[in-house]
Ligand binder design. Structure first.
Ligand SMILES: [Zn+2]
Length: 494
């Protein structure tokens, strides 16, 4: 086991400021809360993209982060209204009216309260309610087909949506476990299979099923893309097992407990986490801390020397923080500079770590580089999530965030800009670094998909013009036909 860390120390264990602990508000997001005005607590579990303010949850997370047993015995679960945005207070109050969050909680129970989603899950189990979507138990036919798919897990055409259905919604667990096995990481790092399985179940459960885009399927998709990049000759020749372990872990956890809204939304609603992370990489910091919490709770690395475990957590943070899209230019300029100077030495642990950061960034935004059938689904999902945020902002008379207004944006418009200004520049540099068939394939799909969306927009504009001139307006079915006609060609090729 090579120790491969030469990185700046990140402030993982910085003390939580006093004012933060004393204000005891929220820490974790929840898809099941009622931030956006559910009048009936029974509807909570159906709400999408909301943020929870459960003080017990917050306490659990802090305990998890601090690793301080003394704190655990002192903290209570009294409700405390925070002086932030009015909706947040409403949400907080409703959450505390739930019987599960009332009364004293044992230390054992606290350990289970890692996220509000799992809290609900475990309380259902305690009450004898059978989970609707049992993990692990699959129809044999589906298991067989899922296994079959895993034989081609390195294919760029891998259809994660089908794989998710075949695994009964457990794509992230199954895919990540398979890849750990494939690389022999379980033996190499002497991982306990039960702990690993438990860790992966917790990771998957902490993603919000209700988010149209930022859910466990996206995490599984990013993990699959990451695997494709790890297999690229330059990386596979130089990466250590430790790099591979971290790369896969970071991909699987990089959006953990994502609330389905973006950072500006959290800032303008005075979200507690925005204050905690000083409005900087708020979500990414939260994903990282959540991942660390699950690692510690599952004790997956508890057999490793403490220093190695801490180093793993720091590196995981450095990888996850690199996915902050607002820091794209910073990473891209550094990448470009290295490529211009041709000074990347993959024998150097710091350089390998940088390449892992770039690979994870690519994996995170590779949707437009996938075949059209897959790419289009992702585009629609992400737009649905944006527009949902915009609807909430309108409903509560907040300024509508860019890209979130369904009146002034469309899937195609958003995609074309995203491809032009974010995806193309990144993948062009990646192709310079790793000039392979995969890189060319990705750039090829990117061009085709962009042309596909442009074609659709032009047709829509043409149709609108005709309507203005008095021609009959297209029926919904003819508009759909238009959609399928402008599919990029050659999108079957791998
Ligand atoms: Zn992501």
């Amino acid at each position: 086991m090579e120790v491969c860390y030469q990185l700046p120390v990140l402030p993982l264990d910085r003390p939580v400021p006093k004012h933060v602990l004393s204000r005891r508000g929220a820490i974790s997001f929840s898809s099941s809360s009622s931030l956006f005005g559910a009048p009936d607590p029974r509807q909570l579990s159906q709400r999408r993209g909301a943020i929870s303010y459960d003080s017990s949850d917050q306490t659990a997370l802090y305990i998890r982060m601090l690793g301080d047993v003394r704190v655990r015995s002192r903290v209570g679960f009294e409700t405390e209204r925070r002086g932030s945005h009015p909706y947040l207070s409403i949400d907080f109050r409703i959450l505390h009216s739930q019987p599960e969050s009332a009364g004293p909680v044992s230390a054992r129970k606290i350990r289970r309260l890692l996220s509000f989603q799992r809290y609900l899950h475990s309380s259902r189990v305690c009450r004898g309610v059978t989970p609707q979507n049992p993990l692990h138990f699959l129809d044999h036919d589906y298991t067989g087909q899922a296994k079959c798919m895993l034989e081609k897990v390195g294919s760029w055409n891998f259809d994660i949506f089908i794989f998710d259905r075949l695994t009964n919604g457990n794509s992230l667990i199954n895919l990540t476990f398979h890849l750990f096995n494939h690389y022999g990481l379980i033996e190499l790092f002497q991982l306990d299979m039960v702990k690993l399985r438990r860790f992966l179940v917790m990771v998957q459960e902490d993603y919000h099923r209700q988010n149209p885009y930022h859910n466990a399927v996206h995490a599984a998709d990013v993990t699959q893309a990451m695997y494709c990049y790890l297999q690229e000759p330059k990386l596979s020749k130089s990466l250590t097992s430790c790099d591979i372990l971290l790369g896969l872990l970071a991909a699987a956890t990089h959006d953990l407990d994502h609330p389905g809204v973006n950072q500006p939304f959290l800032i303008k609603t005075n979200h507690y986490l925005a204050a905690l992370y000083q409005n900087t990489s708020v979500l990414e910091n939260h994903h990282w801390r959540s991942a660390v919490g699950l690692l510690r709770e599952s004790r997956l690395f508890s057999h490793l020397p403490a220093e190695d475990g801490l180093n793993m957590e720091r590196q995981l943070g450095s990888l996850i923080l690199a996915t902050d899209i607002s820091r794209q230019n910073e990473y891209l300029s550094k990448f470009r500079e290295h490529l211009d100077k041709e000074d990347l030495l993959l024998g150097n642990a710091g350089h390998r770590h940088f390449i892992l950061q770039m690979a994870l960034k690519c994996a995170d935004i590779c949707n437009p580089c996938r075949p059209w059938e897959l790419s289009k689904q992702w585009s629609e999902k992400v737009t649905e999530e944006f527009f949902h945020q915009g609807d909430i902002e309108k409903k509560h008379k907040l300024e509508v965030s860019p890209l979130c207004d369904s009146q002034t944006n469309s899937v195609g418009k958003i995609q074309i800009d995203f491809m032009t200004y974010v995806v193309e520049p990144l993948f062009a540099e990646w192709a310079r670094f790793s000039d392979t068939r995969l890189s060319q394939t990705m750039l090829g799909y990117l061009g085709l998909n962009k042309a596909g969306w442009s074609g659709m927009l032009q047709e829509q504009a043409g149709a609108a013009e005709e309507t203005d001139l008095g021609a009959p307006s297209p029926t919904p079915s003819s508009a759909e036909e238009t959609d399928s006609k402008v599919l990029p060609q050659g999108s079957k090729e791998s």
